[in-house]
Design a protein around this ligand. Sequence first.
Ligand code: HEM
Length: 480
Amino acid sequence: MAEFVGKKRNKYYLGRKPVVVVADPEMLRQVMVKDFSSFPNRMSLRFITKPMSDCLLMLRNERWKRVRSILTPAFSASKMKEMVPLINTATDALIKNLDAFAESAEAFNIHKCFGCFTMDVVASVAFGTQVDSQNNCDDPFVRHAQLFFSFTFFRPIMLFFAAFPSLAAPLVGIIPNKKRDNMNHFFIRTIQKIIKQREEQPPEQRRRDFLQLMLDARTSDESVSIEHFDTAHPVGEAHNRSEQNQDNQVGPQERPQMKMITEDEIVGQAFVFLVAGYETSSNTLAFACYLLAINPECQRELQKEVDHFFTRHESPDYTNVQELKYLDMVISETLRLYPPGFRFAREIERDCVVNGQSFPKGATFEIPAGFLHRDPEHWPDPDKFIPERFTPEAKASRHPFVYIPFGAGPRNCVGMRLAQLEMKMALVRLFRRFNLLACTETKVPLELKSSSTLGPKNGVFVKIERRHWDESQVNSPSED
Ligand code: HEM
């Protein structure tokens, strides 16, 4: 990665495209929030095909705004509560699988277990399909999803295409890619079949999942204006018109986008869970477990909090996981050290001046989250795992744009709440029942890969054991 000195700005060329790497937090605030309307898009990849081309990550300008305004309410707190039973079912399978590894007492790759867990969540929440990917790798959904990641579009060859789009576009048209087409058709057909089934069912019998929320969105009057897209600052909910104040007057510039989402777009948004939600969440879970295995004192601190939690609650849900302050700090610190979205971009649509510096139309801003998260100017001992960096006081004392694991502004991660819910529900149950142990197979430091998301290169190997439990405890950790 480029080295930043002085002005915290650097430049390189991706083919003929200038890319300006900006690591100055104030300048990032300007690009991502204050002047958002000048930088609403990521880098365009013209050669991608459906359903990828219809997914929110890729959409641009007015089409992005319309789909995001429809999609944002589907990630509201009240909608996340409806996802809890689905996530709980996937967590049951995870705990069962971990039990088998505890029994064997052998080192195993916990990253793989989390891959299966998040795959089960994606299938259930976004595709209305129940799978048990750990025990049934032959399930067609699991096979096709794995195929997708075998040609992820961030591979070096795809970066080459991004750099020379005019060269890539005709090539993509003529290179037959039967596997890719099969995979795309599989996902399109799966969703189309479910949409048809749901339409034939009476409303009260329809499964409550994200797909249904999107189908309902076609006829509901819930949508939010761009001011409320930022999931990290959820003022949006207070302005969610159908949940709150129907009389709330909005000015013309705030008016929600016209509602309409096509069937292709619904397929594209289900697909986004796979593209944006699968690897990011499973990598974070694996990184957190790696860090807790090699920092046993932090693991004990977390278990203390978790045990106390279970004296008050039977099982985790959307509301009660908010009480787990230390777990929240552990996840935040994990995402600081290992942000799966370690860099992202904004296109420069027209010649512009940001913080007194000029940038040409056609160039791209690159936002190096991974670099910012370890900048010693903001993080003393940057390579150390210290969850206490995320107490409310510590957070208030830092510039907010030196920590951006979910991006920032209206184009930030729309799935942030779902990701946090899913990770917390898995970890609270895991640490209630098990201890994680570093062993000779645990690679320290961890080897990383950064081809698409930042992830462990060769998995995370640990041992796991059932916790010994004092019989006098109010609630035993037994999940049986
Ligand atoms: C730990 C888990 C996750 C991390 C670290 C993460 C991180 C990110 C980052 C860095 C971005 C780019 C933000 C920007 O450009 O400002 C992003 C965008 C996005 N993420 Fe996530 N993400 C996670 C989980 C999820 C999940 C579970 C979903 C489920 C749908 C999701 C859906 C999206 C979408 C749709 C976008 C594009 C938003 C838009 O362009 O409007 N993410 N995410």
